[in-house]
Design a protein around this ligand. Structure first.
Ligand SMILES: *Cc1c(COP(=O)(O)O)cnc(C)c1O
Length: 342
């Protein structure tokens, strides 16, 4: 069998032995009656880590974002977000379907959003343009290459938009924490709501958390029910989530080191892309290439699986299933790689 290194996403990770043990032993109850002690423990643990009053355990990151929109907007409102953010581009139009809101997108090519762009859109309310109900930021910002945000930028955004809520899509918040040394609570402090996926680099089989003020999270529980996301003995999943938060954060540094090695390899192999490997600060290597789809498919045939996240953008993600040996294998493949017809 030919060797295969799966760099498509950190969602392909498998639960650890400790997670499997914890799931096997989990004390569970009907979370619909708020009687699952393991779910409660997970919600409390996350709320404490991000410094919020309460948290809600949900099946997926998409649902966490969708609930945030439901509790922070009214139909017809505008939501300001970076053009490439998950909530805009990778949720199948769910915001329109579920919340009847419209996005006004701003440039986020570098991973950050300019304060000026956001304030201009809010200012246009005075010119008969729709009400802006909230702003969404993504940390780390996936399409730009897992860029960790600067907490000072989040803070200035929050103070500039005043009373309007700020949602932080922290699907990979702990990658940002490990990369920058900023704590999860520091990152979340300027935000009204924050969400994190347990099922990516943290290796839990499923589940995400949304945190914020208690009153909002109570409404979040109702929206979770409406979206069909209220589960019963969900403590089996929460048990794995607790192990994820306890044991899987620090090791993200290994994923970041391997991604950085890969970033240098890709930059050397494809100098025509102008990809700067120093922009890879967490676990995502992403770069523009005119034949990105073809490139990804040819590399997959050689055992190096990546993905595309746009018409000309290739992406390779490190995670707990990728070893140093796998990185050496990728180096060998890239050293010999000659694009077909090129
Ligand atoms: C993966 C991801 C989500 C959605 O999480 P799922 O669990 O796949 O639904 C949301 N935002 C960002 C930035 C993500 O990377």
């Amino acid at each position: 069998m030919t060797r295969r290194v799966d760099l498509r996403s950190d969602t392909v990770t498998q639960p650890t032995e400790a997670m499997r043990d914890a799931m096997f032993r989990a004390v569970v109850g009907d979370d619909g009656y708020n009687e699952d002690p393991t779910v409660r423990a997970l919600e409390e643990r996350y709320a404490e880590m991000v410094g919020k009053e309460a948290a809600v355990f949900v099946p997926s990151g998409v649902m966490a974002n969708q609930i945030a929109l439901r509790i922070l907007t009214s139909p017809g409102d505008l939501v300001i977000a970076g053009r490439a953010q998950h909530v805009v581009s990778f949720e199948m139009g769910a915001a329109a379907r579920n919340s009847s809101v419209q996005f006004v997108t701003v440039d986020d090519t570098s991973g950050t959003v300019a304060l000026r762009d956001v304030l201009d859109i809010i200012d246009a309310e005075q010119d008969h343009q729709p009400h802006v109900s909230m702003v969404s930021l993504e940390n780390t910002h996936m399409p730009s290459g897992g860029t960790p945000l600067d907490v000072a930028d989040i803070t200035s955004m929050a103070s500039a938009i005043g009373e309007r809520p700020l949602h932080l899509d922290g699907a990979r918040l702990f990658n940002a924490v490990v990369a920058t040394g900023t704590t999860a609570a520091q990152y979340a402090a300027p935000a009204t709501t924050v969400m994190t996926c347990l099922s990516k680099g943290l290796c839990a089989p499923a589940g995400s958390l949304l945190a914020g003020p208690s009153a909002l999270m109570e409404r979040g529980r109702i929206e979770r029910k409406r979206l069909g996301g209220a589960m019963r003995q969900a403590g089996f999943l929460a048990a794995a989530g607790l192990v994820a938060l306890d044991t899987m954060i620090e090791r993200l540094a290994d994923d970041h080191a391997r991604a950085s090695t890969l970033a240098h390899l890709f930059a050397t192999t494809f100098p025509e892309t102008g990809f700067d490997p120093s922009t890879c600060r967490t676990n995502i290597v992403a770069f523009d290439h005119p034949q990105a789809r073809q490139l990804v498919s040819e590399l997959a045939n050689l055992g190096v699986e990546g993905d595309t996240v746009g018409p000309r953008r290739a992406r390779f993600v490190t995670h707990a299933g990728v070893s140093d040996d796998d990185v050496s294998f990728v180096a060998e493949v890239l050293a010999q790689f000659r694009p077909a017809g090129g």
